[in-house]
Each structure stands twice: as C-alpha cells, then as structure tokens.
Design a protein around this ligand. Structure first.
Ligand code: GZL
Length: 327
C-alpha cells in the first residue's frame, strides 16, 4: 500500500512522505560493509507482535536498499539486552546507533556513553522519558496519545445518545512502554468526559496474542458484564477474540472491540466484523530511518521529531484496502 505522509514542517516537526514496502533482499543480521559504507547498529525490542515483525522487515530491507551495513540485535523484550547491544555497537565504533526503546526510562547512562564516544543515536518507534534531548538526534515514530484519543473518539460516537453504563475492559501493552502509557492516557482522556464509560478492568497483555487471550479469559470470568474491549494492539485483540468465542460470545457484536496497529491479521478480523475499529500505527519506518541515518552521517541538521501520520479503519474500509496491505 502506498503510504502517503504529507511533507510539512511545523515547529521542527517533519512529516515525510515515504513509499511502503521498499525492495531489496531481506538482510538479516549484519552484512559485510565496505570502508565507505555507513555502518548502522540497530537494537530491536524483540518479535512480540505482527507489528514488530513488519517493522524489523522494513528496517532490514531498507538498509539493504540504501547500501547501509546493518548490525541488527533482537533484545527479546529485555532492556538489559538493548543496553548491552548499544555498548557493543559503541565498542565496534559503528557510525550511527538506532533503537526502539522497549520502555521509556533508564537510558541516560548508556546514551551518555554513546554521546561521549561521538556516535549519534536515533530513536525509532518508541520514545524515552529522559529530559536530556541532546542524547539523541531525533525520534521517528507515532503519536501514541493521539492514537488513544482516536480510539476514544470512535467509542464516544458509537454510544452517542445512549445513557446505559458502558463497561470497558482494557488490554494494555508492555508495562512502561511509551505506546502502552500513551495509548492508555489518550483513550482515558476522551472517555472521562462521559460517566457512562467505565473501565472495569485493565491489565497488561504484553502486546502478545497469548497473553491477550489469557487475560481476556480472566476478564470474562471476573466481569459480570463487558460491553467493550480496548486492546493496545491487534495481537492482543486477536488473542482476546479466541477467548470471547470460546466463551460462546460473538466478538464485534456481544463485545465491541477497538485495537491499534492495522496489521494484516487485525484488518482481516476487522473486515469480518470481529473487530469494530482499528487505529493505524505504521511499522514501515525503514525508508525514513535510512534517510535520517544518511543525513546524520553527512552532518546535516535533522528535525528533533519525525512524526508518522496514520489513519483509522472501519470494517467497510478494511474490505477495500485488505488486498493491498503489505504487512
Ligand atoms: C508501536 C509499537 C507497538 C505496537 C505493538 O509503535 O511499539 O509495539 O503497537 C508492538 O504491536 O508490539
């Protein structure tokens, strides 16, 4: 799918256009870099979801297409592994370091080490909460608070004019992760305006299908009445659908479901009416990241924040675009 992101610069914010699904071979791990090749050290969160798999593919393919020597490390969801990988990239004297921080906090020390070693750092996908923004050149990723607000706005519209209580259960992402914190905050901000909306249970499903299913099973046992599920990503929503169906209920009808990401499996469930609304979060950050890496290597000034614009999907819209989805 051609992902068109309009180019606009406002207050140091760049929205850049990018073509999705770049070509080139899938270059896993590190490829032999010649002397003049830029060497990029990338620390990835893990492989917890369909979104993450697509994000990794985009980064590996884009590095190959851009002729960038990629040293890729999978942290299996552990911050200590990401810190170790960043230290290893510093020892190897890579040209640029990029990473998707699994959680928001605890990065100051290792990023100071990269800064002292004169190696520029780019944040991708998730933000950090360190106040010292000189520790990284830019953050390219979505506005997760806005994603949560879009989910809340849909729910408010869906129940407009109704007065009965609406019991909501929430499957949160990884504790401490920016998308989990912000999607919760954005959603909560919108629904607090109407007392009929009540989050009766909220627990992490770690962004995975397995945990999403297990937690939804406990919600179904403990909650006398569930009207809505808000899941911070498609994968947890898909796991919850399995639990809802096993309990003899119809997902999308007996329990309305809102998720975030818009990966293929989520969009398929949406087109079938098992999910009611999906807020898109694009994993295809590879092309923009490689462009930023080259600019940083050339010593060019780049915006502090590169925001990926995203849309939302209803079941009807999902049916229209499903065939073109690349992830
Ligand atoms: C969001 C990304 C989140 C996805 C999940 O940018 O960090 O992590 O929403 C993924 O699917 O696991």
């Amino acid at each position: 799918m051609l992902k068109r992101l309009s180019i606009a610069v406002a207050g140091g914010l760049l929205l850049a256009s990018t073509m999705a699904g770049c070509g080139g071979s899938d270059d896993a791990g590190s490829s032999g870099g010649g002397d003049d090749k830029i060497t990029l050290g990338f620390s990835q969160v893990g492989a917890e979801s369909g979104w993450r798999t697509a994000n990794t593919k985009s980064i590996q393919e884009s590095a190959a297409s851009a002729g960038i020597d990629l040293k890729f490390s999978d942290a299996q969801g552990k911050q200590e592994n990401q810190i170790k990988a960043i230290r290893s990239f510093i020892t190897q004297r890579v040209d640029v370091i990029a990473f998707s921080p699994v959680v928001e906090s605890g990065w100051g020390t290792v990023l100071k080490e990269a800064k002292d070693a004169g190696i520029p750092v780019i944040l991708t996908d998730r933000a950090i909460d360190d106040p010292d923004t000189s520790l990284y050149k830019t953050f390219i990723g979505s506005d997760f608070v806005a994603e949560g607000k879009k989910a809340g706005d849909w729910l408010v519209k869906e129940y407009e004019g109704k007065t009965d209580p609406v019991n909501i259960v929430e499957l949160q992402g990884t504790p401490g992760a920016a998308p989990a914190n912000d999607r919760k905050a954005g959603f909560g901000d919108v629904i607090k305006a109407d007392p009929k909306f009540k989050v009766v249970a909220s627990q992490t499903g770690q962004f995975t299908r397995t945990d999403g299913k297990a937690v939804m099973e406990t919600f179904l046992k403990s909650q006398p009445k569930i009207d809505v599920l808000y899941a911070h990503n498609d994968d947890m929503g898909l796991g919850a659908i399995e639990a809802i169906e096993a309990a003899g209920k119809k997902p999308g009808t007996d329990i309305k479901i809102i998720t975030v990401d818009a990966v293929k499996d989520g969009m398929t469930a949406l087109s079938e009416g098992k999910i009611n609304f999906i807020v898109e979060c694009s994993p295809l950050l590879g092309p923009q990241l490689m462009d930023l890496v080259k600019k940083v290597q050339d010593g060019q000034t780049i915006p502090q924040r590169v925001l990926t614009e995203e849309t939302t999907f209803t079941p009807e819209q999902a049916k229209e675009v499903l065939a073109d989805r690349k992830y």
